[in-house]
Design a protein around this ligand. Sequence first.
Ligand code: TYM
Length: 327
Amino acid sequence: MKKRVFSGIQPSGNIHIGNYLGAIRHWVASQVELENIFCIVDLHAITVPQEPKILKSKIIEVAGLLFAAGIDPKLSAVFVQSHISAHAELAWILNCFMPMGWMQRMTQFKEKSQKQKEQVSVGLFDYPALMAADILLYEADFVPVGEDQKQHVELTRDVAQRFNSIYGETFKLPEPVISEIGARIMGLDDPTKKMSKSEKQLSHAIHLLDSPDAIRSKIMKATTDSLREVRFDESRPGIYNLLVIYKLFTGRSRPDIEAQFKGKGYGDFKRELAEVIIEGLRPLQSRYRELMDDPTRIELWLAEGASKARSIAEKTLTIVKDKVGLG
Ligand code: TYM
């Protein structure tokens, strides 16, 4: 039996290289030796206001990007969260086993709710219960995510353990899988803040569908420092972040990269970096354009993914309902 991977991505905003380097490329790499389920989490997206038409088109865009990045619909089930009602149902049940105090500690909620103040929805507060439902429905062994999601996966383990201790062994405890490098790509405009889909500042993030000129302009504007040395040094977050991106796109070692740029300035390095990103994204962008010529194929793959995933999810939900005494 292959071990199972589950992970998710929100169809809100524009997918950026942080999502790609921190999550998507690992999903692509694990496809052969593991069983993979990837979810486009539209129910999570509506925890903050969304324009309906844009949300619908973003779902297809994100699916197209995942397939273009190399997710193979024959090897991995990719589906839309709202197509499988078990997610919302299990989230409700788990809600009833998650103390308010656990939720109040979630740093992502604290950060996001600060921006919205009193307008913040109950859904945003409850976001981690839905995420726990996503993972636990599929008895996932591994959950490959960026560092920002680690706390949510740990909470998922906590609620699974709590449920198991009350009702007996029911849920498998998932392991978060977080890469050592690239799990937290920082904003280009402010390298002290995580690169984020919701940030409006134009030069904050490189999106997977950015044109070569947009990529060059964003990289050239990226915040660095007043020193000149191109060296991996975590105390200089701007240049460090750019070097991490360079390393991940080229696959080269730190000493090799430092040797290449020894004695050169930030301008030279940034020019090289922009070209490396442009070339790194080129195959993905051209596959994406091909796929979008016929979006019905994407919809078909999503329907196939949902039908594979649904049978697993419904089995788990039936067991859980029975244990709790529902129905
Ligand atoms: P989302 O849509 O914000 O991000 C998708 C994935 O990209 C990672 N990521 C990053 N990695 C490195 N650097 C960054 N700057 C960066 N920004 C984002 C995220 O960690 C994530 O792995 N709550 C999740 C979606 C979700 C989910 C799940 C994930 C819902 N249910 C169940 C795993 C399992 C989210 O909003 O991801």
